[in-house]
Design a protein around this ligand. Structure first.
Ligand SMILES: CC(C)(COP(=O)(O)OP(=O)(O)OC[C@H]1O[C@@H](n2cnc3c(N)ncnc32)[C@H](O)[C@@H]1OP(=O)(O)O)[C@@H](O)C(=O)NCCC(=O)NCCS
Length: 333
C-alpha cells in the first residue's frame, strides 16, 4: 500500500542554524585516545559543531525556523502548527516547541515535541504534513534540533566522536497536485531499544547522585548492532519506495540519508543503484546531529543548487528505538 496524504503537501522553505564553535578530530585527540585517521576512515567525520555550555535546543531551533520563515516571506504569526523533534529538549517539560514558539513569536500556533530519535525529522514531517493535508493547519513548521554535546560521555571515544549540535527547519504547505510528499514508509521496533539509549533521567530511573556519577545521562550504544540494522533498514526501506512507485535509483535527483556514518550511507546508496554524486553528504563537517541531519542537508542542497522544483528526492533515516523510515518527495519550490 502506498502511504499517500489526503492532499498534496510539500516543503516550501528551509533554514538551519549551527553554533560557531568547530571541534575537529584533532581537538578530540587531545582529550581522548583517538585520532583523525580512525575517525575519518570509520565514520567520514572531519569536524563537528558544539555549543558553549548553557545553550539549549531552542536557541538553535528558533534561528533555524526564523530563517525558513524569512525565506518564504512569512510572519511567525502566520504559522498554525509547530512540531519540534529532539532528543535533547531544553527541559523535559515544557516542550521545546513552546520555547521556540515564544522566541520567534508564533503567536497563533499550536505545537508539540515529538521524539523518534534520529528518525524524528521524518516522523514529524509526516505528522505535520498529514495535518496540513487534512486542513487542521494551513502553514506548519517542523524543526529538528539536537544539542548532542550535552548527552555524550566525553570520556567514551566510541561515541563522543560521532555527534554534533545543530538545527534545521522546514515550512510545510499545500502545493500543486503531483508535488510534495508522494509516499512514505515508517517503522518502530522496541526490541532494538537496548542497543542505543540513555539509561537514566526518565521515570524509570530518575536522576540521582549515583546515576550522574555513573554517567547514565549519556548515550550508551552497541555500535556494530546499530550499524548492521541501519544499513539494512535504510536500504530496504528506500528500495521499497522506489519499487512501489515504479522508479529506479537513476530517477532520483537527490538521496538525503540521515548522516550517521558515511559507510552506512554509502551502503544504502549502493542498494539504490544510485550515482554517488546524487547522495547529499554533510557528515564530514557536522557529524551526526540526530534530528537535524536531514533538514540541514536539505537546506544545504538548496543553497548548493542541487534541488530544483520537480526533482524526485528520497529522505531516509534510522535511529534509536529502533525507529526508521523513508519519504519520497517531488520537490515543490
Ligand atoms: C561506532 C562505529 C563507528 C564503530 O566502528 P566499528 O568499525 O564498528 O569499530 P568497533 O566498534 O568494531 O571498534 C574497533 C576498534 O576501534 C576502537 N575504537 C572505537 N572508537 C574509537 C575511536 N574514536 N578512536 C580510535 N579507536 C576507536 C575500539 O575500541 C575497537 O578497538 P579493539 O579492536 O582494540 O577493541 C560504528 O559501529 C558505527 O558507526 N555504528 C553506528 C553508530 C551510529 O550510527 N549511531 C547512531 C545511529 S542513528
Amino acid at each position: 500500500m502506498n502511504h499517500r496524504l489526503a492532499a498534496p503537501v510539500g516543503i516550501t522553505a528551509t533554514g538551519q542554524c549551527f553554533p560557531p564553535k568547530v571541534v575537529t578530530n584533532d581537538d578530540l585527540a587531545q582529550i581522548l585516545d583517538t585520532n583523525d585517521e580512525w575517525i575519518r576512515s570509520r565514520t567520514g567525520i572531519r569536524e563537528r559543531r558544539w555549543v558553549e555550555p548553557g545553550t539549549g535546543a531552542s536557541q538553535l531551533g528558533a534561528p533555524a525556523l526564523q530563517q525558513a520563515l524569512d525565506a518564504r516571506g512569512l510572519k511567525a504569526s502566520e504559522l498554525d502548527l509547530l512540531v519540534v523533534t529532539t532528543v535533547t529538549p531544553d527541559t523535559l517539560f515544557p516542550a521545546t516547541a513552546c520555547r521556540i514558539q515564544e522566541r520567534v513569536g508564533a503567536s497563533n500556533a499550536f505545537g508539540f515535541d515529538l521524539n523518534a530519535a534520529c528518525s524524528g525529522f521524518l516522523f514529524a514531517l509526516t505528522t505535520a504534513a498529514s495535518m496540513v493535508a487534512a486542513g487542521a493547519a494551513r502553514k506548519a513548521a517542523v524543526v529538528g534540533v539536537d544539542i548532542m554535546s550535552t548527552i555524550i560521555n566525553k570520556e567514551d571515544r566510541a561515541t563522543a566522536v560521532l555527534f554534533g549540535d545543530g538545527a534545521g527547519a522546514v515550512i510545510l504547505e499545500q502545493v500543486d497536485p503531483g508535488y510534495g510528499i508522494l509516499d512514505f514508509e515508517h517503522r518502530i521496533d522496541g526490541s532494538g531499544g537496548e542497543f542505543l539509549f540513555m539509561p537514566a533521567g526518565g521515570s524509570l530511573k530518575p536522576a540521582t547522585a549515583e546515576t550522574v556519577a555513573n554517567k547514565e545521562h549519556t548515550i550508551h550504544q552497541a555500535g556494530s548492532e546499530v550499524f548492521k540494522n541501519a544499513v539494512r533498514e535504510m536500504a530496504d526501506n528506500s528500495r521499497l519506495l522506489l519499487d512501489r512507485n515504479g522508479l529506479k535509483g537513476e530517477d532520483l535527483a537527490l538521496f538525503v540519508p540521515h548522516q550517521a556514518n558515511i559507510r552506512i550511507m554509502d551502503a544504502a546508496a549502493k542498494r539504490l543503484e544510485l550515482d554517488p554524486a546524487r547522495m547529499m553528504v554533510n557528515i564530514d563537517r557536522y557529524a551526526n546531529t540526530t534530528t537535524a541531519t536531514i533538514p540541514t542537508a536539505l537546506h544545504q542542497a538548496r543553497e548548493q543548487g542541487r534541488l530544483a522544483k520537480g526533482d524526485l528526492v528520497i529522505l531516509s533515516a534510522f535511529g534509536a528505538g529502533f525507529t526508521w523510515g523513508s519519504t519520497l518527495l517531488r520537490w515543490a519550490c
